[in-house]
Design a protein around this ligand. Structure first.
Ligand SMILES: [Fe+2]
Ligand SMILES: [Fe+2]
Length: 188
């Protein structure tokens, strides 16, 4: 059942797109121009809900099973799980910080630069590590029965932004922006 890994790979493409958008908006903010705060908040709102609540925990489950099957995988699995905690905590903190700016908190631009840059780079590095090390390991170690057990423990969850289900109202504007970015990319 590497269908789950296929879903994760698709998720990564979507997450990368959002990180690119977030990076561009943070860049505008740091240059003193007017960024789209609503977009930044929606991106982080999504990141702290879909990836942190469904995507990464399911990867944890599969990785824990891999460690049971091969204790030698313990180091890489431990690192992966630590990265998930860092992503969850730093994403939540960044969301809080941006919300604070929208609500009128007086922050120095530099105080956003580092956490935003670190979050974006860390998330990208994390996905690269999963694709180059973790997914191949899972593919080698886990059986069909293991994947079925993981699916049972953490059933498929519709992605509220990129999934086939109805789009949540909160994400309408972000979704329009993503479609526009894709159209622009196709036009160049
Ligand atoms: Fe992950
Ligand atoms: Fe992932």
């Amino acid at each position: 059942m590497s269908d789950i890994i296929d879903t994760w790979r698709r998720d990564h493409i979507n997450f990368s797109r959002l990180l690119d958008l977030l990076e561009a908006q943070i860049g505008l903010y740091l240059e003193g121009q007017s960024p789209r705060y609503d977009l930044m908040l929606d991106i982080l709102y999504y990141m702290t809900r879909y990836p942190d609540i469904f995507h990464h925990p399911k990867e944890d489950l599969a990785s824990l099973r891999a460690r049971e099957l091969d204790p030698g995988a313990g180091v890489v699995v431990g690192e992966l799980m630590r990265q998930h905690v860092v992503l969850r905590d730093s994403g939540a903190k960044l969301l809080e910080q941006l919300q604070g700016i929208v609500d009128g908190a007086m922050l120095k631009r530099e105080s956003v630069k580092e956490p935003a840059g670190t979050y974006i780079a860390y998330f990208r590095g994390h996905m690269r590590k999963e694709e180059s090390e973790i997914f191949p390991l899972l593919q080698t170690l886990l059986s069909e029965a293991d994947w079925a057990a993981i699916e049972k423990a953490a059933p498929f969850e519709q992605d509220p932004l990129f999934g086939d289900g109805s789009l949540e109202k909160r994400y309408e504007s972000l979704h329009r922006q993503i479609v526009r970015e894709l159209e622009n990319a196709g036009a160049t």
